[in-house]
Design a protein around this ligand. Sequence first.
Ligand SMILES: [Mn+2]
Length: 321
Amino acid sequence: MAKDTVYVIGHKSPDTDTVCSAIAYAEYLKKKQKIGTVAAVCGDLNPETKFVLDYFKIKKPAKLNSAAGKTLVLVDHNERSQMPDGADSAKIIEVVDHHKICFEYPEPIIFRAEPLGSTATLTAKIMIAGKFKIAKPMAGILLAAILSDTVVFRSPTCTAEDVKIAKLLAKTAGVKDIKKFGVEIKKQKASLKKMTAAQIISSDYKTFEAQGPLQGSEARPKGGRKFGVGQIEVVDLSEARARQNEIKSEMECIRAKEGLEFIALMATDIINCGSEIFTAGDSSYIQRAFGKIPANGNLYIKGMMSRKKDLLPPLVKTLEK
Ligand SMILES: [Mn+2]
């Protein structure tokens, strides 16, 4: 490959938004700006992304194992920890993103960021502003990426602009029922049938630490309360409920091993909009923040969709009280 090839690449643990934005933006830079681009990916494609690319008959992006010495356009991320391996010695010429900005670079570059529900929305906006004719399959994968990142417009991160651009893209892509198509996409990753309990918990799991005074007179370690929160998107909560004993005992193993006060797992029903919270360890914080957990059951909260926006703020407040 030519030395001056520009790799358009998304973040590690690639998702549909990162992959589809990279493919579409690489196409735009190549055709509109005559830049020798290659759409690339660092990591394996998830089943949802594979489904989307197959659906619109789009070639998989090239796998870039090391970005060392390469020239990069970053999409859907800007933090060092999420960049491909070797990015420290790469030349970055542009960033297109919708995340918080945590970026420093010794040279002036093009940096486009907007608080939208997906990078695909921003990519489409740039293409439309550049009067670029978006081909049918490109419109299709950009639409799919918007639907994926906004959980079919249900995420609190979704904006009116995401919905507007998605409708435009759906027209070009020939997708008549946008929501039905969105659910079909989300279903690709949302069946728990082939997953072990450990995979269910770890597929999107993060640990957190809350500070603050002790609650009551129990002898707990001061400050630094550690807990874990996992999230899994489902289209059928009964699958998760049927396996709750297995899931909870696995959660308890992880909790004990990592020395956490508790673990919460949000099983988020993306069809009916709500989350069932499974807990292991001390569930009193969850109960104080969200309500009493039924005996031998889990707490269902209608409308709860986002760990970042719906679950963590009230929970951390309770922990720090
Ligand atoms: Mn994204």
